[in-house]
Design a protein around this ligand. Structure first.
Ligand SMILES: [Cu+2]
Length: 120
């Protein structure tokens, strides 16, 4: 269900973003860089928090975290954003990646169901 939605939505998303980028002054989405890495988390609420820490931020195209594989796919403008900053933002929301660790205080404020098993 979710996978088939994804197949439908993504081409539409790219189609629309290409159309709209022609007409306005913002940078085109053609130059976005794509990163894929692991983010530790548990559930659908984690997904909202992780993606919410990125989507809408300056320099971010789109962030999509998969709770089954724990992998996030992020597109970003490499002139404004880099993988290090992206991971810092995720850590700021309470989520660990392989290279950036969330503060214990932020982690401990996550809802109980979201307190994932932390990596060493
Ligand atoms: Cu959760």
């Amino acid at each position: 269900m979710k996978k088939s939605m994804f197949k439908i939505v993504m081409p539409v998303f790219f189609g629309v973003s290409m159309l709209t980028s022609c007409g306005n002054a913002q940078e085109s989405n053609d130059s976005l860089t794509k990163a894929e890495f692991k983010v530790y988390g548990n559930c659908g609420m984690c997904e909202k928090t992780i993606e919410g820490s990125l989507n809408g931020q300056d320099g971010i195209g789109n962030a999509d975290w998969d709770k089954e594989t724990k992998m996030i796919t992020v597109t970003y403008d490499s002139e404004k954003m880099n993988e290090d900053k992206i991971k810092s933002k995720i850590a700021g929301a309470g989520y660990d990646t392989d290279s950036h660790r969330a503060d214990e205080s932020v982690y401990s404020e996550l809802p109980g169901c979201c307190q994932y098993d932390r990596p060493e």
